[in-house]
Design a protein around this ligand. Sequence first.
Ligand code: GLT
Ligand code: MN
Ligand code: MN
Ligand code: MN
Length: 385
Amino acid sequence: MYEPRPEHKFTFGLWTVGNIGRDPFGEAVRARLEPDYVVHKLAELGAYGVNLHDEDLIPRGTSPTERAAILRRFKKALEETGLKVPMVTANLFSDPAFKDGALTSPDPWVRAYALKKSLETMDLGAELGAQIYVVWPGREGAEVEATGKAQKAWGWFREALNFMAAYSEDQGYGYRFALEPKPNEPRGDIYLPTVGSMLALIGTLERPHLFGLNPEFAHETMAGLNFVHAVAQALDAGKLFHIDLNDQRMSRFDQDLRFGAENLKASFFLVDLLEHSGYDGPRHFDAHALRTEDEVGVWAFARGCMRTYLILKEKARAFREDPEVKALLDEYYRADPEPLALLGPYSPEKAQKLKALTLPEVRRSRGYALEALDQLAVEHLLGVR
Ligand code: GLT
Ligand code: MN
Ligand code: MN
Ligand code: MN
């Protein structure tokens, strides 16, 4: 039971299980894992796919012959295991050129280079069968307001996204672009901090239907926001194109913890939402093993992410089928026909009737039984129901 299988659509990035444990204070604690080795290990563990940045697979400065050899080995591993590459993304944050932004650098040389790198990553992804292209604007932000860049950055970013979508159409790649918000880190403040800000930007693009979200648990949580609500909003807008699952404590640096390691209750309701939403895209774990771990710990971490998801999925099913939960929810959403007839689309008659409406006093004194409902959720989570 709770054995991960490809049909569960679990994916990891090369950069996640391949994380070498560097942090701002300490050097690497683990050796780099070869991409084809990662593919074999992930397949053994029951994952569906592996995602990558251009540079995770082809390090900067690789010669064309070396590039071809890496690609050959990687594709062979994919063929042998059946693992997919559903998503690719360009690394627009490591190169020193990107220190004051990539697609929103004040230097047009850098903006052009970031765009070139994005187009080449789209070519690479198309060769590997990727359908989703993530844009994480980690360096598109600032620590200093004196430049006035905050007013210009939107235009530059929009222009780049429009260019990329047009290129994808031109080449017949069929990408769906998933934009990933984050409030801060590595920049002091990132221009596109939340799911809501990304959704608003999408409405201003030339091909909005090609753009959606790649929300990350840790990123909304860092800002003290409710990730379940953010995902629900993206779903409501038809914009959940991809999702980065991990865990995080609020108000800290980006921890990218094992899924469910910290906020079990929020993870439970997130899985509940995803599993009942009709979302059928990848469940991507953008997390990494703790710096304390060796390679054994890395695979324990990866297996743990997937098992916790499957356990929570089972608990969410049991919770929704619990007769006591159902009874409480029936009562919670009970809808009298009288007020219902006054809601919905506008009509002048309804407006008249609404103005004559008197709220029955019992609507003020009623309780919503949320203590009982929430306790049932907790008891399911604790495994006593
Ligand atoms: C980086 C970041 C993630 C993004 C990745 C995509 S890279 O690890 O912390 O949140 O999803 O570029
Ligand atoms: Mn993160
Ligand atoms: Mn991260
Ligand atoms: Mn992420």
